[in-house]
Design a binder for this molecule. Sequence first.
Ligand code: NAD
Length: 317
Amino acid sequence: MPATHSNSGKVVIVGAGAVGATFAYALAQGGAANSICLIDQNEKLAAGQVADLAHGLPYYPSVSIYRGTAQDYRDAQVIVITAGSAQRTGETRLDLLKRNASIIESIMDDIIGQQSRAIVVIVTNPVDVLTQVALRHSRWPRSHVFGSGTVLDSARFRYAISQELGVDVKSVHAYILGEHGDSELPAWSLSNVGGVSIKQFVETQGLQDTWPERSEQIFESVKNSAYHIIDYKGATNFGVGQALVRIVQAILRDSHSVLTVSIRLQGEYGLDDVCLSVPCIVSKDGIEKVLVANLSEEEQEALQHSASVLKESMNGL
Ligand code: NAD
């Protein structure tokens, strides 16, 4: 890929479904993007979403919103891939994975074909495996192709802790690591409220006796929240839309933000050649640095387990 990056402020969203359109709406309101381009194989859907979004233009910060083609990859600063296929009746998870993998590969081919210098963020599920597919197929550096990972799950975790402890969610710092999925893990040892460890905070509130059970419930609610939301309304879109704004703004604004994105590990945490989420510094150059935190023994084992689950999925492809 070309050595220098684009700083056009242009964000291309591939997939104008529930996630892509909600993300576009939130991004337009955030004001960090100069232009937002939507691409979908369903051209009518993309046209409808663009027209609807564009009717908010008098009220957003200045931005242009339009429907694009593969040529728009050329000068994009960030490309966010939410394009995917839903599970068909009788289809196995592996069949779905294979179909989504070939969608990701063909989009990566188009991006490479346009000599794009963009940072590519994969959102389509299973996000960790598809990030690895995109990396293997493109041979781009891991800093430039990564997954949205557990940025959403970490936000859900912070929210659930804040509700349980009765503190502002913005004062809760907490991370979900590993797979964006069933084998993810809560990094309690890294979690704190305003710099006070969760353990200490719980003790000062006199909650230590019930905390083991409550903390288990918090994590279970986080892990299962997508299932519940999909059961209630058919898709998850608002939380993930905001999580994507957070990631993309870190790139556009070069803010060096610590986010749990899905990166291919190369020896960090004792893991190699597997994409999963750990805290990373995100800036205009994509992933600038992987932070290696001191996890507890139990957390390290859970991360290892998550990696082996993901490697098994990858081997199934
Ligand atoms: P959706 O079905 O509403 O939208 C997907 C869109 O992709 C459709 O409009 C479809 O036409 C389009 N598409 C399919 N193949 C394409 C191709 N080759 N090129 C261009 N467009 C193509 O689905 P959704 O609810 O928006 O979810 C999208 C993806 O995001 C799913 O895989 C979902 O599981 C995933 N998701 C990820 C997270 C996360 O945190 N990583 C959270 C929520 C959803």
